[in-house]
Design a protein around this ligand. Structure first.
Ligand code: AMP
Length: 208
């Protein structure tokens, strides 16, 4: 079960990837999470990636391709994996093709105004990573996580100017992947405007 979740930032790819990962026991591989972790740890990778991420640009392909190639070589990927946020351009898609075959690509689409609202109101727990939306899914106590009590933070790239740039980057660099994977082949279109459980019910129809 080798899966890709494709879609603009804020479409809910991460939420769906988590659900698949926990129900089907395959690793959820988010290049964004790996890069943010590298930044927090102050590694060379983190230092190189930070400025691209804070500007809403793609981190160079050679860095990201290497991270993914290494991660996919781990034993836990033998039974499958869910890629979230990779590939993000054609070069990455071709690099992936040389490493592992893909069974299904889920494209999660959403109107642009909804994406902007989701991203600008998104807060995440600085400790456990739980995601909140200030209007639709606020924490019980403002600024703190319901589950672990730690502080909620706003991602550096969830600022208005960076959100705009990330959406433009998606249109220009990532959208061509829709044709690359092709609806008549392995790509499945999903309406990410619906609530996450409804989207997930749709996804499950395509999983074993
Ligand atoms: P995400 O958490 O998936 O929204 O990713 C956050 C940021 O990390 C993106 O805006 C990019 O700057 C960077 N990033 C994540 N995945 C990739 C990728 N596959 N290729 C290049 N940059 C990436």
């Amino acid at each position: 079960m080798n899966l890709i979740l494709l879609g603009p930032p804020g479409s809910g790819k991460g939420t769906q990837a988590e659900k698949i990962s926990s129900d089907y026991d395959v690793p959820h591989i988010s290049t964004g999470n790996i890069l943010r972790h590298a930044i927090d740890q102050g590694t060379d990778l983190g230092l190189s990636a930070k400025k691209y991420m804070n500007e809403g640009k793609l981190v160079p392909d050679e860095l990201v391709d290497e991270i993914v190639a290494e991660r996919l070589s781990f034993l836990d990927c033998n039974r499958g994996f869910v890629l979230d946020g990779f590939p993000r351009d054609l070069t990455q898609a071709k690099a992936l093709e040389g490493i592992r075959g893909i069974d299904t690509v889920f494209l999660v689409e959403c109107p642009q105004q909804t994406l902007i609202s989701r991203l600008s109101n998104r807060r995440e727990c600085s400790s456990c990573g739980k995601i909140y939306h200030l209007l639709n899914n606020p924490p019980n106590r403002e600024g703190f996580c319901d589950d672990c009590g730690n502080k909620l933070i706003q991602r550096a790239d969830d600022q208005p100017q960076t959100i705009k740039k990330r959406l433009t980057t998606y249109e220009k660099e990532t959208k061509p992947l829709i044709d690359y994977y092709g609806e008549e082949r392995i790509l499945v279109r999903l309406d990410g405007f619906q609530n996450p459980d409804t989207v997930y019910a749709e996804i499950k129809k395509y999983l074993p």
